[in-house]
Design a protein around this ligand. Structure first.
Ligand SMILES: [Zn+2]
Length: 319
């Protein structure tokens, strides 16, 4: 893929001590779940099942990036907006990074618009590449989900249009362990944490990235179908275009969220999931509040990068 010039902006994130974050998040989650526990732990080896991530830990130079944006998809796709996970690791000054998050798969490689679950150790550091990224797309024959391994199927590290990514050196170390079960409130798992942080820290932006399992229960997930033939002008148009599914745990979620946008035109939360039973896509919320159980690992980022920010923006389709 030819490299093109892209603007890269950066702001410092606010990084509270981990033990403070743990007590703030536990209090917030307790208002939305019957049982919530947040503590500081040594990151478990995330390369092991069920997570099967591309690197063992979330530690070392953590940063997040918002690449491209929904305005490149809506109202009409800008097909020249192509990116590469390894190139972005360099753009955020961390070549060789372990990268996880949520984005749009490379329509120019897969052949159709699709969801991407980035999960890759990029080349450039002390480690060789390990690409465990997945993509999901809609089966045009019967409307079911097709989940594919990006490297095995397409030998691909490209993506397009948009992504929200967390980068680190992939090292073990201290992280937040977040457990919550039986949802009693209306917020989804990620929104609950994000809004809790916004309430606590106000205009000091706290950016978290990591992974969580939806261990039990089901979730509402969308997969983008092929690009809309007509411009998407409203939230309603977007919802009529997207394909929605109920998918079952265990779902392995890759998540990036920022408590409040510090003026970078961010998508403040974005979570995609994959599984070992053929399902994956964009996480909205669980649909089985009485059954649901979450377990996740997160770390606050030191920097928020904005790569190739759209010049014309809007707030449609950021859910
Ligand atoms: Zn998404």
């Amino acid at each position: 893929m030819a490299e093109r010039e892209m603007a890269v902006d950066r702001k410092e994130a606010f990084v509270p001590p981990l033990d403070e974050l743990a007590s703030v998040l536990q209090a917030g989650l307790s208002s939305n779940y019957l049982d919530a526990k947040v503590k500081v732990v040594d990151c478990p080896d995330l390369t092991q099942p069920p997570f099967t991530l591309a690197a063992p830990g979330l530690c070392g130079s953590p940063r997040v990036a918002d690449v491209g944006g929904v305005p490149y998809l809506i109202p009409s796709p800008q097909l020249d907006k192509k990116y590469n996970l390894e190139q972005v690791a360099g753009q955020v000054d961390l070549p060789g990074a372990f990268v996880l998050g949520a984005g749009a798969g490379a329509a120019h490689v897969v052949g159709v618009n699709c969801e991407m679950m980035p999960n890759i150790r990029t080349t450039g550091g002390a480690h060789s590449r390990n690409n465990q990224t997945r993509v999901s797309r809609v089966n045009t024959e019967d409307g079911t989900c097709i989940l594919e391994h990006y490297e095995d199927t397409y030998q691909c590290r490209d993506f397009c249009l948009l992504a929200n990514l967390f980068f680190c050196e992939g090292k073990p170390g201290k992280v937040l362990e977040v457990k919550a079960k039986v949802r009693t409130g209306q917020e989804n798992f990620v929104s609950c944490m994000r809004k809790t942080l916004e309430q606590q820290y106000g205009d000091r932006p706290v950016a978290l990235g990591g992974t969580f399992l939806l261990e039990k229960g089901q979730a509402k997930i969308h997969i983008m179908p092929g690009f809309s033939k007509t411009p998407l002008q409203s939230e309603e148009d977007v919802n009529n275009w997207l394909n929605f599914f109920e998918m079952s745990g265990p779902l392995i979620n890759l998540s990036v969220f920022v408590s409040r946008d510090p003026g970078l035109d961010l998508r403040v939360e974005h979570t995609h999931c994959f599984s070992h039973h053929g399902e994956g896509g964009h996480y909205h919320y669980d649909t089985t509040p009485e059954e649901v159980e979450y377990r996740g690992y997160f770390l606050p980022a030191e920097y928020i990068y904005r790569v190739d920010r759209p010049k014309v923006s809007h707030m449609i389709g950021r859910d």
